[in-house]
Design a protein around this ligand. Structure first.
Ligand SMILES: [Zn+2]
Length: 267
């Protein structure tokens, strides 16, 4: 499994500074859990000379066996863990000093199962995150999470690679020109007109995803986003995936385009 979400997450982890709450979103539970575990390895591995983690050191091996003392892992089958009294206990365990010194990681699978009392308890710890404490939440239902919790998290969307879209050279050039014109003129109307049909708006978003992903991975030379750093591209990519989800579920295209502009994708 090597979805775009995984590629971007790996790239993000290589940058070294990790957000205290990472949220992995997408339909594939196994891919998200394996990404969360990879992330824990990248934090605790004692030999990162060859990559994000070695997979061979004592830390990596104990994480694989789910017996690493500074990793709290709550899988989907553990309903009990998400009751408010247990969430408070998780938070307490996360606050006490790590046993092996490198920090602590807590993975909560399918975190939308938390009720509002649990979510609020959890949210409090994110307001004042302690150093080297990392929460990794996964979810298939982003809408089931408290919006404030989502806004305090850094999102990575996991889309199966099979969903990757193709563009003909003509369509690519046309979309690049549409957005290039907007970048230089700041005239929003042609883009809004183009997005009148939902299908066209989706194509535009998919175009942005492909272009941003290429830029984030260093695969494109020049192009619309040449001035952005890989991290900026990663954030913007995630935003376009969120917007695509919203558009597919119900939002009207006018709102979508407004959102595009507001979030300055095309600056
Ligand atoms: Zn290792």
């Amino acid at each position: 499994m090597n979805s775009s979400g995984q590629v971007l997450l790996d790239r993000y982890l290589k940058m070294g500074r990790i957000h205290p709450c990472i949220l992995l979103v997408g339909p594939d539970k196994a891919a998200k859990l394996s990404a969360a575990v990879r992330m824990a390895k990248s934090i605790f591995c004692s030999d990162k000379s060859t990559g994000l983690f070695c997979g061979k050191c004592s830390s990596c091996q104990r994480i694989e066996k789910e017996i690493y003392p500074d990793l709290l892992l709550f899988k989907e089958d553990n309903e009990e863990a998400l009751k408010v009294e247990n969430v408070r206990d998780i938070i307490y365990q996360m606050e006490v000093a790590p046993l092996e010194g490198r920090g602590k990681v807590c993975i909560i699978e399918e975190a939308h199962r938390m009720n509002s009392a649990s979510s609020n308890a959890f949210l409090k710890t994110l307001e004042e995150p302690k150093e080297n404490r990392f929460f990794i939440l996964t979810t298939t239902k982003l809408g089931g999470l408290l919006p404030t919790l989502v806004s305090r998290s850094l999102l990575f969307h996991f889309k199966p690679e099979s969903e990757t879209v193709q563009f003909s050279a003509e369509e690519w050039t046309a979309l690049e020109k549409l957005l290039g014109d907007f970048q230089s003129t700041k005239e929003v109307d042609p883009v809004v007109d183009f997005c009148e049909e939902k299908e066209s708006a989706l194509r535009l978003l998919q175009f942005l995803q492909v272009a941003l992903r290429k830029q984030a991975l260093g695969e494109s030379q020049g192009g619309l986003f040449a001035s952005l750093s890989p991290l900026e591209c990663t954030y913007k990519y995630q935003k376009t995936v969120e917007l695509e989800g919203k558009l597919r579920s119900n939002a009207n295209t006018g709102l979508l385009v407004e959102s595009l502009m507001r979030q300055e994708f095309l600056k």
